[in-house]
Design a protein around this ligand. Structure first.
Ligand SMILES: [Zn+2]
Length: 415
């Protein structure tokens, strides 16, 4: 699975927010989820059936809107020979712009960041977004092993969801099995059994975690007693899994309760990994600012200038920026001007802008979130774009101290 860039994820989040706010006049907005394994022709057949069923809708306008939406989706589907690697999501419906009769058909085609697991067709007053929202919150997976002498439980943490995969038992000899054996022989058989058990745990770990190694951000291991420490020290895990061990914790419980206890106790470790990349980016910028200030720049005006000169290597933006870039055009003389505004600015102006040249009324020609606008500029010069959350101290500082806009330049030694 290819990892999406922070910019792509930001765009998807914004789009989902927008779609959440849309509401149909009636039950007439369609959501379609096509999993990667599904044939397009299957989906087309299903839509044809739905088109047939929709003939029974009583309200004339609802019937027309539903049928138009289904047909529009079918048009879009025809463009695909097979679903993309993660499947396909289409939202389509008539969205009212104001009073009655103002609806316009809107269609959104999304390639989701993770594979879709279920085929789904839904017609409702709102778009059905839960599976996508779920994907947006699930950024990373963590493997979990909770073990002691007698059993091992495997689980996967996906965002905030925990999937318990399985529990295996060691069948390790207990004191009852000692029978007539000498203490030494019994001790020896316990050690052999433990080693066999560790090997089995490693094999199960490979089976469970290696298929998702690309998305696996770390491995958490825990359990009561010294068993898990011995297991980690023995290095029997696949080396790629061994490298991912984030923390080893002492627990009071085993099996499922142990899994939840381990997650709770690993909160700090989890948070750090989640945000490590973001923290590092900002720390790197701050380091350069101190040691080599000509290699960086910040603030919208200076960064825009450097972007236009094609000298930006990495553009770092805060997801907390809320300003909007607007292009105005004069209705009388045709001259244009551009500016960056906050939402309050725009409300205060009441959407009106006066032409500097002739005093005529200027109308909005284009408006874009500043993040989108700068990202497009960056794209033109092949600069890398990173969108950083405000969840870390560094992320907050990016927004507060630098206006949420900084850049690392290509020629770090100045030009
Ligand atoms: Zn004018």
């Amino acid at each position: 699975m290819s990892e999406r860039s922070s910019l792509e994820m930001f765009r998807l989040k914004k789009l989902v927010e927008e779609l959440q706010s849309k509401e149909g006049k009636a039950t007439e907005l369609i959501s379609l989820y096509v999993p990667p394994g599904r044939q397009i022709s299957d989906a087309m057949n299903n839509l044809r059936e739905e088109l047939g069923t929709s003939a029974n809708i009583k309200s004339k306008s609802t019937k027309k809107n539903v049928q138009d939406a289904i047909e529009s989706i079918m048009q879009r589907l025809k463009l695909f020979r097979a679903p993309p690697p993660n499947g396909l999501v289409i939202f389509c419906g008539a969205i009212p712009r104001g009073g009655p009769g103002t609806e316009r058909m809107e269609t959104y085609v999304i390639e989701p960041p993770e594979p879709i697991s279920l085929y789904l067709y839904r017609c409702d007053a709102r778009f059905y977004l839960d599976p996508i929202i779920d994907m947006l919150t699930v950024k990373e997976y963590y493997g979990i092993i909770v073990m002691d002498r007698s059993d091992a439980t495997f689980a996967i943490l996906k965002g905030k969801r925990v999937d318990i995969i399985e529990t295996i038992y060691s069948g390790s000899p207990s004191k009852h099995d000692a029978g007539g054996q000498s203490a030494r022989r019994f001790q020896r058989s316990v050690e052999i059994a433990a080693h066999e058990f560790y090997k089995r745990v490693s094999e199960h770990a490979t089976e469970i975690f290696m298929p998702i190694i690309g998305n696996l951000k770390g491995l958490l291991i825990g359990g009561p007693g010294p068993t898990k420490d011995e297991f980690v020290e023995d290095k029997l895990l696949h080396y790629q899994l061994q490298e991912k061990i984030l923390s080893v914790k002492d627990l009071s419980y085993t099996e499922e309760p142990g899994v939840y206890e381990l997650i709770e106790r690993s909160e700090e470790a989890l948070k750090n990994v989640d945000f490590l990349k973001e923290k590092k980016l900002i720390q790197n910028f701050l380091y350069m600012l101190a040691k080599n200030p000509s290699g960086v720049t910040y603030g919208e005006k200076d960064v825009r200038e450097k972007l236009e000169k094609n000298v930006v290597k990495t553009l770092i933006l805060s997801s907390g920026i809320e300003t909007i870039r607007i292009k105005y055009k004069c209705q009388a003389c045709g001259s244009t001007k551009e500016g960056t505004f906050t939402k309050q600015n725009i409300l205060a102006k009441g959407g009106r802008e006066v032409c500097d040249k002739c005093g005529g009324t200027m109308l909005e020609e284009e408006s874009k979130n500043i993040i989108e606008e700068l990202a497009m500029l960056a794209d033109k010069s092949n600069a890398k774009v990173e969108v950083i959350s405000t969840d870390t101290d560094e992320g907050k500082m990016l927004l507060k101290s630098f206006g949420g806009i900084v850049a690392i330049l290509r020629f770090a030694s100045g030009n």
